[in-house]
Design a protein around this ligand. Sequence first.
Ligand code: BES
Ligand code: MN
Ligand code: ZN
Length: 485
Amino acid sequence: MLDIVFAKPALPKSGALVLPIVEGAALAGLAGALDAEMNGGLTRALEAASFKGKKGQSVTLWAPAGGITKLVVLGLGSAADAEKLGGSMIPAISGETTCTVATDGLSAGQAASLAMGAALRFYRFDRYRTMEKAEDKPKLTKLTVASVDAAAAKAAFAPMKAVAEGVFIARDLVSEPANVLNPVEFAERCRELEKLGLGIEILGPKDMKKLGFGALLGVAQGSINEPRMVVMRWNGSGKKKADKPVCFIGKGVTFDTGGISIKPAGGMEDMKWDMAGAGTVTGLMAALAGRKAKVDAVGIIGLVENMPGDNAQRPGDVVTSASGQTIEVINTDAEGRLVLADVIHYAIEKFDPRFMVDLATLTGAIIIALGHEHSGLFTNDDELAARITAAGLATGEAAWRMPLGEAYDKQIKSDIADMKNVGGRPGGSITAAQFIQRFVQGRPWAHLDIAGVAWSSKDSATIPKGATAYGVRLLDRMVADHYEG
Ligand code: BES
Ligand code: MN
Ligand code: ZN
């Protein structure tokens, strides 16, 4: 995590300086002070560059005055874009060791948002880059946010920082290769979150057998890596008798070969991300604990590896889920829903949750439907739909509601069991959601199909290329807005 400090506005004696300028605003505060020190040189430079403070505009001056090494003037557009600006300034300053960013024109909350954007963009997964030269690595070690109300900005940043830590936990987990992060290792990493005050319980195959997890265990049986289920509990309500918990459930397929219904070779490496739902739930629980959210929450993740092998399940096998419902496994590559079926049933029986939200890289079809801009939101509850949609817009993790219905449900009727695990090509994401709905016992439930948004192939303002941790911020926000206190 980038070291971020908040201080009263003062021109730095060394390092870089970033001046965000609201569109049309005159040079004031630190910008004005620097302009004076430069005898009007900043005004002249900005005029020469036709700089108006429009979003995305930028002007760079090297060694403008005093000991300042690099000055970056950035168009902020409006103050509401502070978080994005905080992120998009990072490439321009990561080559400097220290940097001050002036937030004169911003409120304390907006200054904190700017810091959050910077922290999120500065993330890097470089554990396996052993040959990288020092000059190719980011040098930035400290960012000073210069704010008139530094104390208030610092206080506003504290909970954001905890959420950023949760985002990084999720990004780290999703980025790890599958030879390192198998179900056993994933569970061990969850164990480390006990230090945040989370209660961690890990269940193995013997426990799952006792619980009748035939659907999850059927997926796991082709791999030498044993499955795990991790239950993470956060009791933050402070009530003697805990509230009915809110419950988050994650698909954690640490690698998805497809099993006997094996996937084609091209792009199969992407399937190390098939645990992103579980990664998000883990990061979310860390965020809630880290910021001491006043809520009782449970996160449950089902961890398996989907491999072909002499003990792998076959197309046509019938398994019995923990709910007692039987499933004809037509395609062993539709494994995520099998994992979720048992974990959801367990969540209901064990925790009687207030609602459940599951996250899963469930279908390629959702990428065809929504591309990489929205997750697919499926829910039996209009209030959850509204709250998730709103939190998604507020955090930039957009979700788009998709339909459910009887007619789609018919597509997963089986000739020999209670249901089959695929419904054919039409509406592939919807029939997958219908399958999951058969295990929720009519309770308030939402399913986020995150196959298109868990990973990004290009940098954006606050998310470097790679694992996005989609859902951590969205669900943290939904909890903060509706389920605390
Ligand atoms: N993990 C995949 C879904 C996926 C595909 C995620 C591409 C990210 C990118 C899932 O387990 C899967 O294989 N789904 C199948 C379902 C089909 C067999 C009904 C799919 O989408 O092809
Ligand atoms: Mn699959
Ligand atoms: Zn999968």
